[in-house]
Design a protein around this ligand. Structure first.
Ligand SMILES: Cc1cc2nc3c(=O)[nH]c(=O)nc-3n(C[C@H](O)[C@H](O)[C@H](O)COP(=O)(O)O)c2cc1C
Length: 375
């Protein structure tokens, strides 16, 4: 009987499905619901020490629909981090851990480029009992204007310094959440791991403009007639997320064995999760999926992942984690492999056993002779 239970960075999870930071972990009410439905862990909405600087707008989401006009395939948001006071969050973290002592609650944190701020936010969160941290180095909108979020995550030098501050203060595991809005995600990933991060999480949203209204010429989401580029998520980003998770997993395998990877981007089913685990994910986060299908989606996801494992006789997640990484190579190597296979096929074809004396040919004479030999 396969099991979904897993231990990552010492954190014991009943299954690898983790609520990704965002609206599905935005207050104690919804976090409680997530645990009741059976999610493996919850990463709360990103918090900072001073929420008074966080001012959201409405509307702040825009959707890309499939041709049937019913299915949401892409989702843009221009939502900021939590606008709820830090003090309230600390109270809720504490209550949550009192209510669910055995479940994994992860604080997502973000601060300005000041050591004292990062140290303070880490210390105060761990004092109320959170199990781990995810550092949001990746929000693509709003916060970069204050040199926060993606502005940090895009810059390996800054990232290394900030992760160093966090690791100096943290007594719990720390994941660095990476931005996909860079050319080579390995560069900031390497910087965070060199600075000692226990693991990485990827991807955050992809900088995007969801659509332009052809009557008003206004881009969406339209706020007082204007917009600002936001972050793209949901099923449409999954292929990009799979590629980036694969690249980070290769880096971890080569240079940082033992570090963890939390895979994110467009996960909606157990089979989606299986793909991310095959590419090296230890856990799989879901954010927009919960906004589309509700917290109860975790049950069919667990069932589908278990069915995949049973089909292939995998007992644990470790039995197939990273198994598909071996099937990536360079384009030049693909060409070499294909050329070799075609040559071998041709050789086999030309070595076909002659059935009548008229089929003997001068060019293949030796091969044809051998093909007629008993071994
Ligand atoms: C509305 C919305 C708000 C989000 N807020 C946060 C946030 O506060 N902190 C964070 O790290 N990521 C945030 N994210 C990003 C998600 O956690 C996740 O990285 C991204 O959406 C891709 O995964 P998904 O396709 O499962 O949503 C947000 C995403 C959405 C859609």
């Amino acid at each position: 009987m396969p099991t979904l239970a897993t231990t990552v960075d010492g954190l014991k999870l009943p299954n690898p499905f983790v609520i990704g930071s965002g609206p599905p972990g935005t207050n104690l009410n919804v976090i409680t619901r997530a645990f009741q439905e059976g999610w493996g862990a919850v990463i709360a909405k990103t918090i900072s020490l001073d929420s008074s600087k966080v001012v959201n707008v409405t509307p702040r989401y825009a959707k890309l629909m499939a041709a049937d006009g019913k299915e949401v395939i892409g989702w843009e948001n221009i939502e900021l981090i939590s606008d709820r006071p830090f003090k309230i969050w600390l109270e809720e973290f504490k209550k949550c851990k009192d209510q669910f002592p055995d479940r994994i609650l992860i604080a997502s944190i973000m601060e300005e480029f000041r050591k004292d701020a990062w140290v303070e936010i880490v210390e105060r969160c761990q004092d109320v009992g959170v199990d781990a941290f995810e550092c949001n180095f990746s929000c693509p909108h709003g916060l970069p204007e204050r040199k926060m979020g993606a502005a940090m995550g895009e810059n390996p030098d800054i990232l290394k310094e900030v992760v160093g501050w966090v690791m100096g203060a943290a007594k719990k595991p720390v994941w660095a959440k990476m931005t996909p809005n860079v050319t080579h995600i390995e560069d900031p990933s390497r910087a965070a791991l060199r600075a000692g991060a226990s693991g990485l999480a990827a991807i955050n949203t992809i900088r995007s403009v969801c659509s332009v209204n052809l009557d008003t010429f206004r881009p969406e989401p339209n706020v007082e007639g204007y917009t600002t580029p936001g972050g793209y998520s949901s099923k449409a980003v999954r292929p990009i997320a799979l590629r980036m998770v694969m690249e980070i997993a290769q880096l971890i395998r080569k240079e940082f064995p033992g570090r963890s990877l939390s895979a994110i981007g467009g996960v909606e089913s157990g089979n989606d999760a299986a793909q991310f685990i095959l590419l090296g994910g230890d856990t799989v986060q879901v954010c927009t999926g919960v906004m589309k299908f509700g917290y109860e989606m975790v049950k069919p996801m667990c069932d589908e992942l278990l069915a995949f494992m049973a089909k292939h006789k995998f007992e644990t997640l470790a039995d197939f984690k990273g198994k598909s990484l071996d099937y990536f190579t360079t384009h030049a190597d693909l060409v070499r492999r294909q050329t070799e296979r075609k040559a071998a096929q041709k050789a086999a074809a030309t070595a076909k056993v002659v059935k009548s004396d008229g089929e003997w040919s001068g060019d293949d004479f030796v091969k044809q002779s051998q093909a007629l030999a008993s071994r």
